[in-house]
Design a protein around this ligand. Structure first.
Ligand code: HEM
Length: 181
């Protein structure tokens, strides 16, 4: 969360460019979410990633936390555009625009895995826990569509999608990371 939390003091500065911070926080949240979904297949290629797999839940939580910071900055940006108290009406009015709706839907799908990311929830939910964690996949897909629509051009979203897709290949090929001599 450290890079995302750094946006907090920046947003409090009197001359803060809130729109740029909305974009930065969205990119950080997307980056953590993308890393969370490629860690498992990458662990098949690299022993260091394999050793870092215990961090996957923390990475997913950073993506969720980053999305909440992104949402908070979005509310601040809408506040700057409206009369005092009028930001909620603006947010409601544009909530169903495809670019924004996909953001809300991605956040909603990240909520159940985030809320059940504790060891206790893992023990209680057993097999259902894994199914809940897999919601990170549709969340990532929706976040990518959101990024493609709201970002200025599809290129970055396409590059990230292609990278995520390519990094899934080790799931289908039987490769084991080589042991260091
Ligand atoms: C909670 C609902 C969400 C709302 C209302 C929302 C809103 C926005 C808005 C207004 C922008 C345009 C920023 C700009 O370029 O000026 C944006 C960009 C973006 N958002 Fe979201 N978002 C939401 C959720 C998410 C989630 C869950 C993710 C990823 C996990 C995400 C990732 C991004 C990315 C990658 C961008 C592109 C940043 C750029 O332009 O460089 N957003 N979002």
């Amino acid at each position: 969360m450290a890079p995302i939390l750094w946006l907090w003091p920046q947003a409090s500065a009197p001359d803060a460019d809130i729109d740029a911070l909305v974009a930065d926080s969205g990119n950080w949240a997307m980056a953590w979410l993308a890393i969370a979904v490629v860690m498992t297949p990458l662990a098949r290629l690299s022993r260091s990633v394999q050793r870092a797999l215990w961090l996957r839940r923390a990475v997913g939580l950073a993506a969720f936390g980053g999305s909440l910071v992104h949402l908070w900055l979005y509310v601040l940006a809408m506040r700057a555009f409206s009369e005092p108290g009028g930001e909620w009406a603006l947010i409601r009015d544009e909530a169903f625009a495809p670019g924004i709706l996909t953001g809300w839907a991605a956040l909603a799908l990240m909520l159940p895995p985030a809320l059940t990311s504790t060891d206790a929830a893992m023990r209680r939910l057993r097999a259902a826990w894994k199914r809940l964690q897999r919601l990170a996949w549709p969340a990532a897909a929706l976040a990518l569509v959101h990024m493609a629509v709201v970002h200025d051009g599809f290129t970055l979203a396409l590059i990230v999608t292609a990278l995520i897709a390519a990094l899934q290949l080790p799931r289908f090929i039987s490769i084991r990371p080589t042991r260091k001599a």
